[in-house]
Every structure is written in C-alpha cells, then in structure tokens.
Design a protein around this ligand. Sequence first.
Ligand code: ADP
Ligand code: ZN
Length: 214
Amino acid sequence: MNIILLGPPGAGKGTQARKLVEERNMVQLSTGDMLREARRNGTEMGKKAGEIMDRGDLVSDDVVIGIIREQLEQDNGAGGYIFDGFPRTLAQAEALGRLLIDMGENLDAVIEMQVDDDALVGRITARSSCKACGEVYNDITKPIPADGKCVNCGSDDIIRRPDDNEESLRTRLFAYYKQTSPLVGYYYAKGDLKAVDGLANMDEVAASIAKALR
Ligand code: ADP
Ligand code: ZN
C-alpha cells in the first residue's frame, strides 16, 4: 500500500507517518527530512535548499523529484511507502504518478489532514524534536523532560527547527495555500482523497487514518 499524507505544516504528517512505520512496516519518505539531511551533510544542494527552507519557501521541483526518485530506486518499499510532505506542487504530483507507474505500483490513498490555521501557528511555534530519533515535543502538551533526555531514545539532542518561527511559518502557509492546496482538488477528482480531522488527539487521528485505509 502506498499513501500520501497531505496537509499544511504542523498538521501532524510526520507524527502519523512514524506511527504507520511502526505499526505497518511501511517506509516513510519525508522530503523535509531528506533535505535536512542533505543540509547536515553539507552538499551543495543541501546548502542551497537550507536557505530556501529557512525562509519557508519551496525547494525547486527538480531537486525534490530527484531525491524522491533516488530513494525509490534504493528502497525495496517493504510494506509500502508513506509520502510525507511530498508532493507539494502539481508538477510533483504528476511526477510521482509517473514514477509509481514505472515501478508498477499504485497510489492507494491520499490522506488530507485538516487543521485550522490558528492551531497550526500554535503547534509549530511550540514544537521541538529529537535530532536522534525524531520524537516530537510540544512546550504545552508534551514538554521536554526535566533532565533534557528524549523519552524515546535517551538522547539529549532535542532541537527546534530554524524554520519553526512565526515569520517563516507565514511563508510556509502561503506556499501551502498557493502551491500545495490545489492537490486536494486534484486527488479528489482522481478519487483518491480521504479527509481526516487533524485536530483530534494523536491516537484519534491514527484511528481515523486506519479507518480511511480500510
Ligand atoms: P512542514 O510540513 O512542517 O513545513 P517539512 O519538513 O515537510 O515541514 O518541510 C520543511 C521545508 O522543506 C519546507 O518548508 C520546504 O522548504 C522544504 N520541502 C520539503 N518538502 C518539499 C517538497 N516536496 N517540495 C518543495 N520543498 C519541500
Ligand atoms: Zn530521541
């Protein structure tokens, strides 16, 4: 089974993707994580992408489609792919469609995670995450433990993303509404779209996703 998690920044795509990986042995393909890794590795592409990401703009389709293609060629896909943060433009959606056809794979569902904008701003500006394992924290609902160690893996490297500030979040929201939200209509017309309420708590959201995938 191959699925796309679609929704604005802060909708909880990464959190739900991690759950699906644990529970269904699927492979998470997060272009955001891949770009951050390229940046840490100091590649030329990573440096350029890093500047764009800090502003909150979208990295070019060519770059992002290229890294997804590379991953799809390397992985064997085990229990299927979860595309998290990709596609984000119509050009990316069409490229993904072609890649899947070439691999003889289907797209089984596009899960739209609906969240209102005020909630997004609140969630993102309170967010931090473990650099080692990706566990996500929230200053209000799930604070970093007093000893500073990750509840999941014990690492003390819990960081805030440089683009999780109000200004770049505005830009990310613009990018979402201008460039990514047309994908909701695109996948609806294709018959692939399932909407879930992303404002419910993490387990309820997971349950609605499970229901949408049945
Ligand atoms: P979030 O969904 O919380 O904004 P991501 O980790 O998915 O965060 O993405 C962070 C940044 O990486 C984006 O703001 C954008 O600059 C870049 N990025 C990630 N995926 C894509 C993509 N598919 N196309 C273009 N840029 C992307
Ligand atoms: Zn951790």
